[in-house]
Design a protein around this ligand. Structure first.
Ligand code: JF8
Length: 235
């Protein structure tokens, strides 16, 4: 495959969506491979424990280095890129998705509880490249949903995965602005008409109107994305 993806989780069934729809098709067509590993397969005790109390006190539990270490020794070779979702991570962006889409082997380490003992990341970083990333400023229960989001954002950029190659050329962030509104038939729906310009056949006018709509939406929802020379910049 173009890209090999390994995911480690204590809830491997949480990663089932990676095998559905377009991503499932990309697997069937051999463009990507996806292997999910149950972290508990690397536990030593009869209770298959993966967590323990945090040094220094505080709420919750921390995931054990003595379980994660041997797991990553088996699952993550030195030439892979280890991706660790965490609320404390670097923001995941479209640019990072593009970088990940050019990798040959990605390993996603899904934490739960309060996270993974930091020494697991520090030890892995002595052998391989490690990215601690966050998909947004909100708190999830574990890294699985973030992994699914990052895998989807990454894999859709690989040639052959999306049916219509043009799809990701017009990504919402491709010109740095938010995508404007889209319309399809019927021309009038519940008394609401499609903007006449879109039915004019005047492609220059349509392109201008769409850019204006994108600017207006970006000003209103994401002023931080506005280019420096556009009015509406945040103070
Ligand atoms: N990425 C990301 C995350 C998380 C996250 C990731 C891993 C764990 C492990 C326990 N709790 C977690 C939350 N929350 N919010 C994000 N944007």
């Amino acid at each position: 495959p173009t890209l090999r993806i390994d995911v480690v989780s204590i809830f491997p069934e949480y990663l089932t969506p990676l095998r559905a729809a377009l991503l499932g098709r990309a697997i069937d067509r051999g463009i990507i491979s996806v292997d999910v590993h149950d972290l508990r397969d690397w536990t030593h005790d009869v209770h298959r424990g993966v967590d323990d109390s945090p040094y220094g006190g505080g709420p919750g539990m921390v995931m054990k280095p003595e379980v994660w270490g041997p797991c990553l020794d088996d699952v993550c070779p030195d030439d892979a890129l280890l991706v660790v979702p965490t609320p404390a991570g670097v923001p995941f962006t479209q640019s990072m998705a593009e970088d990940l889409s050019r990798e040959r082997h990605l390993v996603f380490a899904c934490g739960r509880y309060e996270g993974i003992d930091q020494r697991v990341v520090d030890d892995a970083a002595t052998r391989t490249r490690v990215l601690e990333v966050s998909i947004g400023d909100f708190v999830l229960i574990g890294g699985e949903v973030a992994t699914i989001a990052m895998v989807e954002a990454t894999v859709r950029l690989i040639d052959g995965v999306l049916g219509n190659a043009a799809s990701h050329q017009q990504d919402s962030f491709s010109d740095g602005l938010l995508e404007g509104p889209s319309y399809t038939r019927p021309e009038v729906w519940r008394g609401l008409a499609v903007p006449a310009v879109l039915r004019s056949g005047d492609h220059a006018k349509i392109e201008k109107w769409r850019h204006e709509e994108s600017l207006q939406r970006t000003r209103s929802r994401r002023p931080d994305l506005l280019p420096a020379d556009e009015p509406g910049q945040p103070d």
